[in-house]
Design a protein around this ligand. Structure first.
Ligand code: F6R
Length: 612
């Protein structure tokens, strides 16, 4: 989603800003821009093309300056056209970039128009630019100009979420940053000080960071950084060292990050479980041992792929630990009036830890009276990790492709460990069973490698899927969420319309869609529901549907007329979903490649959805 970079430096900042935007590209955007203070004037270049084009335009326009701000925009208010791209200016005096949504922008717009401001864009951001300008000129009239103070007073008028970076034509040595609801970090360097919505933007440029807290406002100059809270009182925040590995954001021999990340799964899962030699609540942080004993139920809240990880975990938590579990989509839960049980463990699952709906759901749960909260997340420094009582880092490493792959399988590993932990605490995990599960976890990377070796067969299927407009995915029990995830992957990157159903539901409606033109993907592990699933597949064959089945080696399903089978390794018990999702990721990936879509940056989507 939108990305911010800002800089005050002893050198020209344009290359640092454009490189920062390049590093934020993975979040998804539809326009970008950069503004600097050059020879006493605000100058900007904005583009609806890629950051590489913007960099070329910046060079062609001879843009240079020692302070500047830059932005990748994912349109919310106003179409993705150049006039709505950030930086947004007010009166040639104030430049601003903004992530988030200002909910009261309409009333503020009317008020500012009444004061003579003319709006040039359709964005909610422009009201913030004009508000700051108004405060700034009012201060000037009183002979007391303080940009930080003008920004702070403008922010008092806003409802909604924001991270912003601002500078003023008349104040050449200063950039102001502020956050409420959207992340923003300050990078501290020897040559200057910087702002970014994600540490990744400054990877390689600085190693010392301050993670701004809710309501914080930062003033960056060459001499240092001043921090105040929303009331203007000075605040101190810890400096954290973050040595970003530039290696992990390089593509290497792969064409796309998604492909690279699918193939990284054996290694990242091996890393995630390397030090797990016993099941213990300590895997979830200090104090979890005591708190997990108190809980009598689990509520998992997440969005998208992370929600499907939660759905899978429900099966594990209820079957292994016998702990009643509910799973809810975060955007629904946060606005629903629910009955809080203080003995429920609320688990939020998120790759980024910044998804606005999931973060709001976590806060909502806390205000509703839920005492125990756990974040399962891939970004150690994220807001969700800081907000929850307990944390578990999934250790998948940076995931750049918009479609989540390795983050999902590492979430599944984390949630499986949670189910084993609760099971052990409740006396339901005998030592021999614990040893068997640990052994299976440690052998999982090897099993994943054998699944990845099926790629050539999957590429052959992808040719067919690339020519279709619709597909159905079927699964049962523990593998129903995997069917949902397979359908989501296919639709989001290849734009093939795909639906997933629990196979037993087919006859209650979706069977009407089945014709000889409809590919039906079935996830067919050799588990207790296999015979039921086989009957469901017969229902498809009887209507001439084309079946594409991922069958465990021991599930006795053979290829035949209209029945295409890829043979998976032998059934892998409770961990089977982690194996079965991988061929579905590959099917989506190769279908998208065959259709020539922008795999890593699918249309309309963003990596980290930091707005509602
Ligand atoms: C799909 C995908 C999304 C995310 C969702 C939640 O491939 O990546 O559905 O899972 O936007 O994001 P996180 O996990 O960052 O909270």
């Amino acid at each position: 989603m939108c990305g911010i970079v800002g800089a005050v430096d002893r050198r020209d900042v344009t290359s640092l800003l454009t490189e920062g935007l390049r590093r934020l590209e993975y979040r998804g955007y539809d326009s970008c821009g950069i503004a600097v203070l050059q020879q006493g004037a605000l100058r900007r270049v904005r583009s609806v093309a890629r950051v590489a084009n913007l960099a070329a335009e910046v060079a062609a326009a001879n843009l240079s300056g020692m302070i500047g701000i830059a932005h990748t925009r994912w349109a919310t208010h106003g179409a993705p056209v150049a006039k709505n791209a950030h930086p947004i200016f007010s009166s040639g005096e104030i430049a601003i970039v903004h992530n988030g949504i200002i909910e009261n922008h309409e009333s503020l717009r009317e008020e500012l128009q009444a004061h003579g401001y003319v709006f040039e864009s359709d964005t909610d951001t422009e009201v913030v630019a004009h508000l700051i300008h108004r405060m700034w000129t009012e201060q000037a009239a009183q002979g007391a100009k303080d940009l930080l103070c003008a920004v702070r007073h403008a922010l008092e008028r806003l409802h909604g979420a924001y991270a912003i970076a601002v500078f003023a034509r008349n104040d050449p040595g200063r950039v102001i940053g502020a956050r409420a609801g959207s992340p923003l970090v300050v990078g501290l360097g020897e040559q200057g000080n910087y702002l970014a919505s994600d540490v990744m933007a400054l990877a390689g440029a600085v190693e010392n960071f301050i993670y701004l807290e809710e309501g914080d406002i930062a003033e960056l100059t060459l001499d240092g950084v001043r921090l105040v809270d929303r009331s203007g009182h000075a605040v101190q925040r810890d400096i954290k060292v973050h040595r970003a590995s530039t290696h992990s954001v390089e593509l290497g021999p792969y064409r796309h990050y998604m492909h690279k990340e699918i193939f990284e799964q054996p290694n990242v899962i091996a890393d995630a479980i390397e030090r797990v030699d016993t099941i213990s609540a300590d895997l979830f942080g200090q104090g979890a041992r005591h708190a997990f004993r108190e809980i009598d139920s689990v509520l998992i809240v997440a969005c998208g792929t992370s929600y499907y990880a939660g759905m899978t975990a429900k099966y594990w938590l209820e079957s292994l630990a016998k702990v009643a579990t509910q799973v809810e989509v975060a955007s629904e839960y946060r606005y629903r009036s629910s009955v809080a049980n203080p003995n429920t463990l609320v688990v939020v699952v998120s790759q980024s830890g910044e998804t606005a709906d999931t973060l709001a759901a976590l806060k909502h749960a806390q205000t509703q009276g839920h005492r125990h909260t756990l974040t399962v997340c891939n970004v150690a420094s994220s807001t969700m990790m800081r907000q929850a009582e307990f944390q578990h880092l999934t250790s998948a490493g940076p995931e750049i492709g918009v479609a989540s792959t390795k983050a999902f399988t590492t979430q599944l590993v984390a949630l499986f460990l949670l189910a084993l932990t609760l099971s052990k605490q409740r006396g339901r995990l005998p030592a021999a069973q614990e040893a068997t599960f640990l052994d299976q976890l440690h052998r999982l990377p090897g099993k994943l490698n054998s699944v990845l070796a099926l790629e050539a067969q999957i590429i052959a299927w992808a040719e067919t899927f690339a020519r279709t407009d619709h597909a159905l995915f079927l699964g049962r029990g523990l593998h129903y969420p995997i069917a949902l995830e397979g359908a989501l992957k296919l639709k989001e990157i290849s734009y093939v319309h795909a639906e997933a159903y629990p196979a037993g539901e087919l006859k209650h409606g979706p069977l009407a869609l089945v014709t000889s033109q409809m590919p039906v993907v079935a996830v067919a592990p050799n588990d207790a529901l296999l015979d039921k699933l086989k009957s469901n597949l017969q229902e498809v064959r009887a209507r001439s549907g084309q079946l594409y089945v991922f069958a465990d080696a021991d599930s006795r399903i053979a290829s035949g007329d209209g029945l295409h089978v890829i043979r998976m390794p032998e059934h892998y018990g409770s961990l089977s979903p982690i194996l079965h999702v991988v061929p579905l990721q590959l099917l989506a990936y190769h279908t998208a490649c065959a259709r020539g879509t922008d795999v890593d940056k699918p249309r309309n989507l963003a990596k980290s959805v930091t707005v509602e």
